[in-house]
Design a protein around this ligand. Structure first.
Ligand code: SF4
Ligand code: SF4
Ligand code: SF4
Length: 317
């Protein structure tokens, strides 16, 4: 695949493409294994503490689940979702996961005959979501000021002091992660109001060879941090283990470099379909469609030129 095409879609090394030379580091990322998350929210709190993010709301539960932060946003760079499921939904998740194996999902195999796990009456899905640090990041592609940049670790970082608050990055993110900070109602914090905010994958900590605060705080190793290749390998291995136990609902999210964003730096193990967690099933960055858009525009321009030439020549006759 050509260099220019790699800038738009598919597998690539994003730090190299961004021009990092001798300072370039192995690409870093997360593997978030939702099957062992206990919903303690230590990751959310650690992120807020390290990045001095104000609390959201007044801590009351939202009414739709045992959650009080709701979603990722300018003041919540890690968000732990709570999803309650009954036996019917769990059985559906198990069937849809098994169907992915039949469709040839990489690094997953059907469970042994003997490994049929019992379907519980009820379960909680707990999943800690974060910026995906996409290989092809829509937010970064549209930023006119350079406030968003690709770090030497292959991560996507936003600089509050460079952002002019135009908000172009907000609709450009296919995951709805980045957000401009609105003034808080009780003026709890006036910091960084009006500028785009999201997880930096703890760029300051990586620079000091430290583990990101959220991964450090997680008591169950649901959030693992390390070299991106290693994170993807662990995710696929873990899916294999769960499938061998009959838990066919397990699947990898973000680990496919041929998806619409070239794969994500944050890889997840989910135990139901992505939509259940509020994640898009088939995210796509706008630049992935640029070659076909330019091709269509080229055809249209050629047609217009030809029509103008015919009209001109016809008038002269
Ligand atoms: S998830 Fe959204 S905010 Fe994060 S890097 Fe990708 S496009 Fe940017
Ligand atoms: S990597 Fe750092 S900034 Fe990102 S969610 Fe974790 S603690 Fe927050
Ligand atoms: S700290 Fe770990 S176990 Fe606790 S909510 Fe976050 S990801 Fe889940």
């Amino acid at each position: 695949m050509g260099f220019w095409h790699e800038q738009l879609a598919g597998p690539t090394d994003p730090a190299r493409d961004a021009g990092w030379g001798t300072d370039r580091q192995p690409r870093k990322g997360f593997f978030t294994d939702t099957s062992i998350c206990i919903g303690c929210k230590a990751c959310e709190v650690a992120c807020k503490e390290w990045n001095t993010l104000p609390m959201d709301g007044d801590l009351s539960i939202l009414g739709m689940s045992y959650d009080n932060t709701g979603d990722l946003g300018a003041t919540t760079w890690r968000h732990v979702a709570f999803v309650e499921q009954t036996a019917d939904r769990i059985a559906d998740a198990r069937r849809s996961g098994a169907a992915l194996v039949d469709l040839g999902m990489p690094s997953a195999r059907p469970p042994d005959e003997a490994a049929v796990a019992e379907v519980p009456d009820l379960r909680w899905l707990m999943a800690s979501d974060v910026c995906k640090h996409c290989t092809h990041a829509g937010c970064l592609d549209v930023c006119p000021t350079g406030a968003l940049f690709r770090s030497e670790f292959g991560t996507v970082v936003v600089q509050a002091d460079v952002c002019n608050g135009c908000g172009y990055c907000v609709p450009a993110c296919p995951f709805g992660v980045i957000e401009r900070r609105e003034p808080l109602p009780d003026k709890r914090s006036a910091e960084r109001v009006g500028v785009a905010q999201k997880c930096t994958l703890c760029y300051d900590r990586l620079d000091a060879d430290l583990t990101p605060a959220c991964a450090k705080a997680c008591p169950t190793t649901s959030i693992q941090f390390g070299d991106h290749d290693e994170m993807r390998r662990r995710a696929h291995e873990r899916v294999e283990v769960l499938h061998a136990q009959g838990l066919t609902e397990a699947r990898v999210y973000g680990g496919n470099e041929h998806d619409g964003v070239g794969g994500t730096g944050s890889v997840f193990l989910l135990v139901d379909e992505p939509e259940v967690y509020g994640l898009p099933p088939d995210p796509i960055v706008a630049t992935a469609r640029l070659p076909e858009m330019f091709r269509a525009a080229g055809f249209a321009a050629t047609g217009l030129l030809a029509a103008a030439a015919f009209a001109f020549l016809g008038r002269r006759r």
